[in-house]
Design a protein around this ligand. Structure first.
Ligand code: WT7
Length: 657
């Protein structure tokens, strides 16, 4: 194993005692028959997922694997995602059912029935057509958690234009890089949004991004802030609501898309500085998200379901928008933060909306735990039936806290492991069947073949750490990277695959252990990706932002675990001579990270050191830096060319606190 790879931050073995789902849950669960695993032994099992959708043209083959790892699912089938999320529910007589319940940051509440959503999506789809957006043109969406965001996604889907949503908190540079990489000539954005109480200017970031792009961009701007932040529209910019008003009452035929046509593109951090454009299909993706919303999240059409994530990342795409809307349920969309105006904000929303299913991230649960049980205790949470977590491992203590204080020991918890690239949940208990083991995500879902292997690709013994791979294709999987098929192969299908033997094992980038019963405990990333508050960042990307600062010689970025169990970014920086005690360097490091990536990549600590610890071959020993950052015992440092530097760094990090 090279020095950049460990087995993630080893955590103690799960100590939580196993729990069984309550009989009252099992009685009503969507999936309760444990023969479901056998059913998915053959790819044909996934027809169950495809059957949750309405196809314009039935598919001929479930899986075509001749051109592995470029798998094709439900070939010959045609469908439209917007039709599946809207029209068919209206046709089924459910036009007045609530599709989206929006809770705004300032306490605003809006309700969109399926009919309302249909009208808005159609008007925008007509408007996009008028702007010149054609099938397969990539439309970039740079919006915060306002209803126009899912409306824009569905409008794109309706006309067969793949969307590329860029998280609203990312910087102007990040937006420009992504638009450039996708040759995207259309942008849907807004003037600004509220952050806590304040108006935050998004449009100025857009203006900067447009300056950085060499191609023309047609921009549509949602006026979110009104008089709180007046803005001026320039050349090639239209007001969203004025534009849609020109198409009042218009409808647009949903375009029949081939099952394999791209539904969307989502940029995510990889092991290099360049973000990866993950390509998702229409048929396989939609079938997989609908199926897992049904089988894992136990969503029913009559539910009020809430995934408290941001639509700017994959979790929100799959489980705020496409999964729940495909099933015709009510999806809650929350614009704010969990602690504003007070720390009971989420429980107040659960209470008032009688939320049935709630899905969030371990980092949020750790914060709730720290704030104290009095916040949930002040509300009636008895409507809850199932709880979910996603984004990082959850250790037994926060798991138990969630189980007891939010779920009242009645709601099963699903700890769902998946990734931007898997499109949908791949490892989780089935809540109506499986025992829960706090700390372990669960078994691979039916049809998913998850294995833990060593460096040479051999499966390790139960309980031993290793690399988590997926040894069989699944419908929601990424089809390629927008940057090219070569990079797709390189990133995921090289290390553990063997083309000669026609063995295609997907490399997840995570370490894990698997126990005798197939329960998987995820240990964390083993590549140069760190997971901060459930958000994925590339250490290389942060390092190059730091290295771009005048006076910086070299930088190494690692993750460290805070006392509360959160991952934080710790940056080690060596400066060029003459800059040793220059206070502007620190400032510029923060500024540069903010402008090239965004505030989410802000380090918790920047540690200056005369040199970085290196091996004799000149490689930075990041593993060691990670141990130092985590205040752990250091192993053997004899491979270092400059072992004396370690003590200095330790002293320096002590000063950082
Ligand atoms: C990485 C993927 C998929 C939605 C959110 C993040 C980590 C995700 C779990 C879990 C342990 C998890 C992994 C994975 N992760 N879910 N239940 N237990 N770790 O998507 O940004 O693509 O990040 O999140 O490290 O590789 P993403």
């Amino acid at each position: 194993m090279d020095d950049r790879n460990g087995w993630g931050r080893e955590r103690p073995a799960p100590t939580g005692s196993p729990r069984n789902p309550s009989p009252s849950f099992v009685d009503q669960a969507n999936v309760t028959d444990d023969r479901i695993h056998e059913e998915f032994d053959e790819p044909a099992g996934w027809e169950r997922a495809a059957d949750l959708l309405t196809w314009d043209e039935p598919y001929g083959t479930v899986l075509e694997d001749e051109d592995a790892p470029f798998y094709r699912w439900f070939t010959g089938g045609e469908l439209n995602a917007s039709y599946n999320c809207l029209d068919r529910h209206i046709e089924a007589g459910r036009k007045t059912h609530t599709a989206i319940r929006w809770e705004g940051k300032r306490g605003e509440r809006e309700t969109y029935t399926y009919q309302d959503l249909f009208v808005e999506v159609n008007e925008l789809a007509a408007a996009l057509g008028e702007l010149g957006v054609g099938e397969d043109d990539v439309v970039t969406i740079y919006l915060p958690m306002i209803p126009e965001l899912p409306i824009a996604m569905l409008a794109c889907a309706r006309i067969g234009a793949p969307h590329s949503v860029v998280f609203a908190g990312l910087s102007a540079d990040a937006l420009a890089t992504r638009m450039d990489a996708a040759d995207s000539e259309y942008l849907l954005t807004c003037d600004g949004y509220y952050r806590r109480g304040d108006a935050f200017n998004q449009k100025s970031k857009v203006d900067n991004a447009r300056i950085a792009l060499d191609h023309d961009v047609q921009t549509v701007v949602v006026d979110r802030l009104g008089d709180d932040l007046p803005h001026v529209l320039g050349d090639g910019e239209r007001d969203y609501h004025d534009l849609c008003a020109e198409f009042t009452g218009e409808t647009v035929e949903p375009v029949s898309r081939d099952a394999e046509d791209m539904l969307f593109l989502m940029y995510t951090s990889g092991t290099t500085g360049e973000p990866k454009g993950v390509v998702h299909s229409t048929g396989g993706y939609l079938a997989h998200v609908a199926w897992t919303s049904h089988a894992v999240l136990d969503v029913k059409p009559e539910d009020t379901y809430w995934c408290a994530a941001d639509i700017g990342w994959i979790t929100g795409h799959s489980y705020i928008v496409y999964g729940p809307l495909a099933l015709g349920t009510t999806t809650v969309m929350y614009e704010g933060t969990p602690d504003y105006p007070d720390r009971d904000r989420l429980w107040e929303i659960v209470d008032r909306n009688a939320v049935d299913v709630f899905y969030t991230a371990p980092t949020a649960i750790r914060a709730f735990m720290k704030w104290g049980e009095e916040y949930p205790a002040g509300h009636d949470l008895s409507s809850l039936r199932l709880l979910g977590t996603v984004g990082e491992p959850i250790s037994p203590r926060p798991w138990e806290w969630y189980y007891e204080h939010i779920g009242d020991e009645e709601c099963p918890i699903v700890d769902t492991w998946w990734q931007t690239e898997t499109g949908a949940i791949t490892v989780s208990t089935l809540p109506g069947i499986d025992e829960m083991r706090p700390g372990a995500a669960g078994p691979a879902l039916p049809g998913i073949d998850a294995r833990v292997v060593d460096d040479s690709g051999t499966e390790v013994e139960p309980g031993e750490p290793g690399y988590l791979v997926l040894a069989r294709p699944w419908p929601g999987m990424a089809r390629t990277l927008y940057d090219g098929d070569d990079r797709f192969i390189e990133e995921y299908w090289t290390r553990f695959s063997d083309p000669e033997a026609d063995r295609w094992w997907y490399e997840s980038g995570d370490a894990a252990r698997i126990d005798e019963d197939g329960y998987i405990t995820v240990l964390g990333r083993v590549d140069d990706v760190i997971n901060v508050s459930g958000r994925r960042l590339s250490t290389m990307e942060i390092e190059s932002a730091i290295a771009g600062v005048d006076g910086v010689a070299e930088a190494a970025v690692v993750g460290r675990t805070s006392g509360a169990g959160d991952t934080e970014i710790c940056a080690y920086v060596s400066t060029e001579s003459g800059y040793d005690s220059d206070p502007t360097v620190r400032r510029s490091i923060f500024d540069n990270i903010e402008s090239t990536i965004g505030t989410i990549a802000r380090p918790a600590a920047v540690v200056f050191t005369p040199e970085l610890p290196k091996t004799r071959s000149g490689k930075i020993m990041r593993r060691l830096l990670e141990d130092v950052a985590n205040g752990e015992e250091l192993g053997d440092t004899s491979a270092l060319r400059n072992p004396e530097i370690v003590g200095e760094i330790q002293a320096e990090i002590g000063n950082e606190g």
